[in-house]
Design a protein around this ligand. Sequence first.
Ligand code: ADP
Length: 624
Amino acid sequence: MEAIENKVEEFEFVAEIKQLLDIIINSLYTHPEIFIRELISNSSDALHKIRFKRLTEPEILNPELELRIDITLDPENGIFRIEDTGIGMTKEEVITQIGTIAHSGTASFLKNLKEKQENIDLNLIGKFGVGFYSVFMVTDEVILETRSYLPSAKGVRWKSNGRDTYFIEEISRPNRGTLIYFKLKEEFKDFAKPEKVKEIIKKYSNFVDFPIFVNNEKVNTIEAIWRKKKEEISKKEIDDFYKFLTGDEKPPLAHLHLSVEGNVNFNALLFIPESPTPYYWRDFFDKTINLYSHKVFIQDDNPDILPEYLRFVRGVLDTDDFPLNISRETIQSSPLISKIRNVLTTKILNFLQELSENEKDKYSKFIHNFGQILKGGITIDSANKDKIINLLWYQSTFLKENEYTSLKDYISRMKEDQKSIFYVITDSRSSLNRNPNLEYFLKNNYEVLIMTDPIDALIVPLINEYDGKPLKSIDKVDTEITKRSETDAGKLEPEIANKLFDHMKKVLGDRVLNVQESNRLVESPVSLVAPYFGYDPQSEKIFKIIDKNYQVSKKILEVNTSHPLIKNLAKLLIENNVEHIVNNIIEQLYFQTLVLEGEISEPTEYVKKMNELLQEFTNKFLIS
Ligand code: ADP
């Protein structure tokens, strides 16, 4: 036996941990059983790490020790013990990893709490996976004993009641790995019953890569289900595996089982979630796919395995192309990863294409939840641009809210005389009702695509045209509809109209680029449109959000010369000598267009003028 320095030291938890412990201990958490999932998940991580070290490091403690997790329960006394033969921890590691926020899960959990301040949704604790500390939901005191795989490391005991401090002492521990044990609070004594614990393991931890024993009986299924043949896996197995992998409570929207041979070789089981998974944003930049080599887990945080615009995909990928003892660092810079990424990209895009053709309802859900991410691909992946454009679905004036159409289907519905694909960029479908530029299209039964994602403003110019049909914003000047047409009859004579336009230009000065006749307006007297080579107003609004200093460009004021108000205005200008009223009305009309676009920064002057106008009007009707 080695000499033991039995000195117990007391340490204080860092502030964030105290805060976290406080929340966990004082909250009546609705799923206390997740502490089992968290502890098993930590043990499994520790076992993955040692399995890896065994391949790459010459000297480790107990190299022959079987990799396993043992849960030992004493139902009588309510004692829960979990032990693994994983990587273990040195004393320093215990202090830094258990007493500090060492991992992103806890950090982002706390960040979220801080942002929300009040009304903490306690379910979030489970969703963010606060890990080890979740044991303090079910016990008042925890003891952790561990010994690192490093041959020179000593055993360590950590003990805490989860309040302000913890105690550490060196102990004699013969084998590598970690043991955690505690007495369950009276109301949680059920978690020391083998049947109950087995059931929980089946629910949350069935696919852990190492055997889990409960009182010496093995309970989980360990198999690389992605290596099985498609016909051999049931829908339930697929769904369960997905839930285990992502923490999602819903089954996936769709899955893709790949067995690729050739330039690269791998098996993969990939999932498209129905909606963002619980850890979606936290994991977006790296944790999308768990990478295995020769059935051995290698890493779950390779940022290069999927392009950014496909990072809604979750799953596992297993390849035999890496040598057995490859290190994480070598993988990071391996050309194999970019080969895998290329194959995955093609396969996933093809799969989405099939889904869009065969399962329209599912695909609509997908577009609704992840369309925005997918669109980003158009800006970064020119090789696959056309494929991605085929996958874009949009809402449209011909469809109900939250129904989507592909560009191809839109074209199949185009009117005979229609040369372009019409679209409008708007912040929401409901604010469309205010857009006078839409009137012409609704009246003449032209379908208009409704684009509501901020990124649309950036990608439409990149799409430019589809199947030979240019994409045209309804908010822009367009020769296709600004020609004089069959509706000319009710319009002002061109000569009179031009006089009015000239006067309007004079009044509005450099606030507008030009004043001209409109053919798109039906009910509204005027509207603002963008010049042909400019951005449409909605895009500019978005640019302004992105860049506060963005200067919105000048617009053209289009005038509906068949509108009674405009006709009256022309009469007042030419026949009556009331220029001050005419000018004021022009100001008011211009003001309306700003209101509709949500662009009014200084309303006082307009309101003052409006009141002058109302005064004139009331004077007229006053019977003196
Ligand atoms: P997470 O597991 O999400 O990182 P935890 O709070 O559960 O967060 O654990 C913090 C850290 O403590 C882990 O990242 C790991 O380094 C270490 N740890 C926890 N449990 C074990 C274990 N059974 N074996 C080895 N290290 C562990």
